[in-house]
Design a protein around this ligand. Structure first.
Ligand code: BGC
Length: 484
């Protein structure tokens, strides 16, 4: 007899009942068929993984590397949640060959890593340290030998301490020092790397490090100084692009890797979409907007008032030097917005206390961010080449008794986010590649090692790497160039 039952979770139908109406068994339920046509990602889409120097390299005192602001900050009591530092981290400096082999096994064709400025210029500027550059030459050779294209980020938060001692990002000189460092890198490595990112997430490192004081160097500046530090960082980006073009080989490509604050329309009506576009432009006014438009928005300047940064027209021209592509790091929802009922712009909604998030409380689950973020780049600034330079999630990864790490939540996250990325690509948004954060569990800044973002589990006592379930998921996806 067919039996239906309503439970708190919905309609439950007994297996016996399904059998009776013929819905079980091999006749109707087919195995997934690999040969059926699928919605694929574009041919040549670049699948990759991402890391950053300070989070994985370790070897902080090897081969002449100078101290960075993170070495100093991590030693201040109470700054890193588990009291650790990145002196060893993943020991990637020594284990890089093994890590390239992990990438090869995944099937990625691109890798985004960062160069540690204090390895190259231990004092921030002045005399370069050839042994520092030699490490990246070894890494790049290994990548190329494995048919993996290197994409290098020039700055991922590890400012040489010597520059911080002279004012760090509060000093305009740091922007020029960044340009000099960039010139040195493209001269030294530019024959083997064609693509560079300037600064990773200006928004994050300035606001968390100089505003909230929860990242290095741990300052809590007043609004005027904070705005000035932001200005110096976007100026560094522009000067860096110019220095790379002036000193690199022809064909070199360069762009930012910014964590766009993405405003999402709550319900996709034309009005709300307009409101979200408006909000996205304003919420990124001091970062991507000024980089891509060469002006601070009127609303930004008005709101900052006397605290607005001091700048010249020439600065704005430099900041908005043409880039070859734009990289964006996409995690949670920046904001949910709707159009104001009087049509005067946007209203930001409060996130309900019950809104779902991943292991990190800041990482709200919003797959549609990976649809809207690149779409906004195309709509607001007509960007022609877009990279998702980071996307991924923390998870409470624990090996089971067999040593397996079945990170089902990370797989769920990736599947949903990538589905939305595909939606954007299918609509013609020019996304050319995706770098999953991260290849390995690593030093997650102020969270230390407690928070894991990797496709590979790292046992920090032995440095053993173990692929998680998400690594098999990503491998299969890359192999088929389609969601699985
Ligand atoms: C940063 C990474 C960081 C990741 C997860 C990004 O903001 O670029 O360095 O590990 O987010 O928090």
């Amino acid at each position: 007899m067919t039996s239906f039952r309503f439970t708190r979770r919905g309609l439950a139908v007994s297996a016996l009942a399904l059998g009776a109406i013929g819905l079980t068994g091999s006749k109707l339920l087919k195995e997934p068929d690999d040969s059926l046509p699928k919605t694929r990602f574009p041919e040549g889409f670049r699948w990759g993984t991402a890391t950053s120097a300070y989070q994985i390299e370790g070897a902080t005192a090897v081969d002449g590397r100078g101290p960075s602001i993170w070495d100093t900050f991590a030693r201040l009591p109470g700054k890193i949640r588990d009291g650790t530092n990145a002196d060893i981290a993943d020991d990637h400096f020594h284990l890089y060959k093994e890590d390239v082999a992990l990438m090869k096994a995944l099937g990625v064709k691109t890798y985004r890593f960062s160069i540690a400025w204090p390895r190259i210029f231990p004092e921030g500027r002045g005399t370069p340290n050839p042994k520092g550059l030699a490490f990246y030459q070894r890494l790049i050779d290994e990548l190329l030998a494995n048919d993996i294209e290197p994409y290098a980020t020039l700055y991922h938060w590890d400012l040489p301490q010597a520059l911080q001692d002279r004012g760090g990002w509060q000093s305009r000189d740091t922007a020029q020092a960044f340009a000099d460092y960039t010139a040195h890198i493209v001269r030294g490595l530019g024959d083997k790397i064609g693509r560079f990112f300037t600064l990773n997430e200006i928004h994050a490192f300035v606001d968390l490090g100089y505003g909230k004081g929860i990242h290095a160097p741990g300052l809590t500046l007043a609004a005027a100084q904070l705005n000035q530090a932001r200005h110096h960082a976007v100026l560094a980006h522009g000067l860096g692009v110019q220095a790379a073009r002036a000193n690199g080989r022809s064909g070199l490509k360069i762009g930012p890797a910014e964590n766009i604050t993405i405003a999402l329309p709550d319900v996709e009506t034309p009005q709300n979409i307009r409101a979200a576009e408006h909000a996205t432009r304003e919420l990124n006014a001091a970062y991507l907007t000024v980089m891509l438009e060469g002006r601070y928005t009127d609303a930004y300047l008005k709101e900052a008032g006397a605290d607005a940064p001091r700048f010249t027209d020439a600065d704005l021209k430099t900041i908005s030097t043409r880039v070859d592509f734009v990289g964006i790091n996409v995690y949670g929802p920046g904001a949910f917005v709707r159009e104001r009922s009087d049509g005067s712009g946007y209203a930001q909604m409060k996130l309900p206390a019950s809104y779902p998030h991943m292991k990190s409380p800041w990482l709200g689950f919003a797959p549609q961010a990976l649809y809207w973020a690149p779409r906004m780049l195309q709509k607001l600034w007509a960007v022609k080449e877009i990279y998702i330079t980071e996307n991924g999630t923390s998870a409470a990864d624990e090996p089971d008794e067999d040593g397996r790490i079945d990170d089902l939540d990370r797989v769920m996250f990736l599947r949903q986010y990538l589905d939305q990325l595909q939606r954007a690509i299918n609509e013609g948004v020019p996304v050319r590649g995706y770098f999953l954060w991260s290849l390995l569990d690593n030093f997650e800044w102020a969270d230390g090692y407690e928070t894991r973002f990797g496709l590979h589990y790292v046992d920090y006592k032995t440095q053993k790497r173990t692929p998680k379930l998400s690594a098999s998921f990503y491998k299969k996806l890359i192999e088929r160039n389609a969601l699985v």
